[in-house]
Design a protein around this ligand. Structure first.
Ligand code: ADP
Ligand code: RBF
Ligand code: MG
Length: 193
């Protein structure tokens, strides 16, 4: 017998020492690891989701100089989203993002506690895949989240975290061009105010 544990409480992985594997959510169950046929719903390294929606003003984040790393994240206020946040497992997702004065952009984001930094609160950190020449704090950001890439993870170094985030970017950019995901670019939610 082999045991995969999926704790319902976050940050409790260390309690499950008897399991062969502990995963963060069922999104991360890989049947092929256990000699079983893989799930067939993954598409080019991504899992399509029933879309979910978030809107809110861009707020100040941790001021960790993410920009210096080339990965600015337009942090969203999580006010009013505690249910939605607890429903969705920590991990890396991709979306279409609307900023009313600027347009609609591809986006890849992390939801979670960022194990590398061990945050106290679950945060939403969207990286818009576009070069802006100014900040847009306070502007309303509208998101349609369409797919999942991977669980959040810890990394032995900042360089390896940054390299992984760039890989996430490539996966998201490619996926969002597939008809399966590109159709959501026209979702009216992204443009209404
Ligand atoms: P903070 O810690 O305040 O979130 P960051 O270093 O993560 O600071 O920078 C995020 C800010 O940079 C955003 O709030 C936004 O105003 C701006 N920004 C510029 N370009 C982008 C981009 N491509 N994606 C996300 N935010 C961007
Ligand atoms: N932080 C982590 O600790 N682990 C992760 O696996 C992780 N993945 C991320 C994926 C993406 C696409 C983005 C935008 C951020 C991710 N982060 C992760 C958050 C990162 O630590 C945070 O944005 C830093 O502030 C980057 O400088
Ligand atoms: Mg940020």
């Amino acid at each position: 017998m082999e045991v995969v544990a999926v704790p319902s409480l976050p940050k409790q992985l260390h309690l499950y020492t008897a399991a062969d594997e502990v995963i963060n959510s069922l999104l991360d169950l890989r049947l092929e690891k256990w000699g079983l046929p893989p799930f067939e719903d993954w598409v080019e390294g991504t899992l399509p989701l029933d879309p979910w929606y978030i809107v809110g003003p861009v707020v100040k984040g941790f001021g960790r100089d993410s920009k210096v790393l080339g990965i600015p994240t337009a942090n969203l206020s999580t006010k009013g989203y505690s249910d939605l946040l607890s429903e969705h497992p920590a991990g890396v997702y991709f979306d279409w993002a609307g900023l009313s004065a600027r347009g609609v952009f591809k986006m890849v984001m992390s939801i979670g506690w960022n194990p590398y930094f061990n945050n106290k609160e679950k945060t939403i950190e969207p990286w818009l895949l576009h070069d802006f020449n100014e900040d847009f704090y306070g502007e309303e950001l509208r998101l349609v989240i369409v797919g999942y890439i991977r669980p959040e993870a810890n990394f032995p170094s900042l360089e390896s975290l940054v390299a992984k985030i760039h890989e996430d970017r490539r996966v998201a950019e490619r996926a969002l061009d597939l008809p399966l995901y590109s159709s959501f670019k026209n979702d009216s939610y992204l443009r209404s105010s």
